[in-house]
Ligand binder design. Structure first.
Ligand code: HEM
Length: 394
């Protein structure tokens, strides 16, 4: 079977293809870009644990020229560089700090939902896109009123987390997008210079001052890290919220149950991460020859790790194609695993939790709107570019 990996994430149902890969070709050779594909839970998990063999330093997508994801700090670094940087950013990005932000995130969600004045809502535009953008720009200390510009910048860089022919290195980006990226880098460098001179209590100030054993981040690392937060944090969280709403639109009885019993919200979100993972796959490069299931992978080749496929593997999750928020979802790899485990997972979880609770508070019912929902067109990310809903007012 010939598989177009670079269209899978945007398909209505890529899961039968993943099931075929797991069953028939656990080490699949994809010819177009010449990468290997791992799809079984045990193989993806083992690769994530073995970062010495499965390196991130060559980029985490096989984008031509690396796109902007070819050389980001942290996520495309191996130890020891990764270890030192992760320690520094960990000090600024703690779960406790995220918890402190919860009332603020509640307010952002309430304001966005207050602004809706009709029962027919394009929920991506109204809630799922602006929520993470506003939250991260506030965390970084980007001035109020700059959020719109920030969103434009975020869109310009988000498109670069793409594998395959669709992705474009900076020098080949269309001029408008390139201008947006350059404008963003300049703006961030200015904010960083200001925080050096006069620190406040925002995340950039914390990052500027954070040090481990006398080491601080360089200005280039600081700018790169801010860009990473945009790429890694915004569209992924947008997609998680869109995916959970999409699932609930087909399950009105679960919506009603959730309204009565909010203790189920966590299970619904974690099961969504497993069942329809916002990051479907990422790549590594093998630093030595690897032999797996009788197939030899030469040193230096790129290997795709199928997070979404692993999360549907029946050996780890019995009855994997059933959405069951009460199952044991603890071992899903939607946020990765090991040294690169998602730094922003506490923030993403709080944002999705707040968004879903705010919707449940307001709307006794929610149905599909008349217009078609549109999937994000991406090889790597899975979510909705548009999700029209009709909300029932209380
Ligand atoms: C539902 C939302 C999210 C999903 C599904 C997600 C998924 C992931 C995954 C799979 C990885 C591992 C990458 C790898 O192994 O190569 C990762 C890493 C990372 N994520 Fe997230 N992410 C989400 C939200 C966020 C947010 C909100 C932020 C920050 C604002 C963030 C920041 C990061 C960073 C900095 C890394 C790199 C960590 C490292 O290399 O040590 N993510 N994320």
């Amino acid at each position: 079977m010939e598989i177009n990996l670079y269209a899978l994430g945007s398909e209505a149902d890529p899961y039968p293809t993943y099931a075929w890969l797991r069953r028939e070709a656990p080490v699949y050779r994809e010819e177009e870009l010449g990468t290997w594909v791992l799809s079984r839970y045990e193989d993806v998990y083992a690769a994530l644990r073995d970062h010495a063999t499965y390196s991130s330093a060559n980029g985490i997508t096989p984008a031509r020229g690396g796109g902007m994801t070819g050389s980001l700090p942290l996520i495309t670094e191996d130890p020891p560089t990764h270890t030192a940087l992760r320690q520094i950013v960990n000090t600024a990005f703690t779960p406790r700090r995220v918890l402190e932000l919860t009332p603020d995130i509640d307010q952002v969600a309430a304001d966005l939902l207050d602004a809706i004045d009709t029962d027919d809502v394009e929920i991506v535009e109204a809630l799922t896109v602006p929520l993470p953008v506003i939250v991260i720009s506030r965390m970084l200390g980007i001035a109020e009123g700059e959020h719109e510009r920030f969103k434009r910048w975020s869109d310009a860089v988000a498109g670069t987390l793409d594998a395959g022919p669709a992705s474009t290195p900076l020098e080949e980006m269309e001029i408008e997008r390139r201008n947006a990226v350059v404008e963003m880098l300049t703006y961030l460098a200015q904010v960083i210079a200001k925080r050096h001179a006069e620190p406040t209590d925002d995340l950039i100030s914390l990052l500027v001052q954070a040090e481990i054993e006398g080491e601080r981040m360089t200005d280039a690392q600081l700018v790169g890290f801010c860009v990473l937060l945009l790429i890694a944090g915004n569209e992924t969280t947008t997609n998680l919220i869109g995916n959970v709403l999409n699932i609930l639109l087909d399950r009105p009885e679960l919506w009603a149950r959730l309204r009565e019993d909010r203790s189920l919200v966590e299970g619904v979100l974690e099961e969504t991460l497993r069942f329809d993972s916002p990051v479907q796959m990422l790549w590594r490069t093998v630093t030595r020859p690897v032999s797996l299931h009788g197939v030899d992978i030469p040193q230096g080749d790129m290997v795709m790790l199928g997070f979404a496929s692993a999360n549907r593997d029946a050996t780890e999750f019995p009855d994997p194609d059933t959405f069951n928020p009460e199952r044991d979802w603890g071992s899903h790899v939607a946020f990765g695993y090991g040294i690169h485990y998602c730094l922003g997972s506490p923030l993403a979880r709080v944002e999705a939790n707040v968004a879903l609770n705010a919707m449940l508070d307001r709307y006794p019912t929610i149905e599909r709107g008349e217009a078609e929902a549109v999937r994000v067109s991406s090889s790597v990310l899975r979510g909705f570019a548009s999700l029209p809903v009709r909300v029932g007012s209380g």
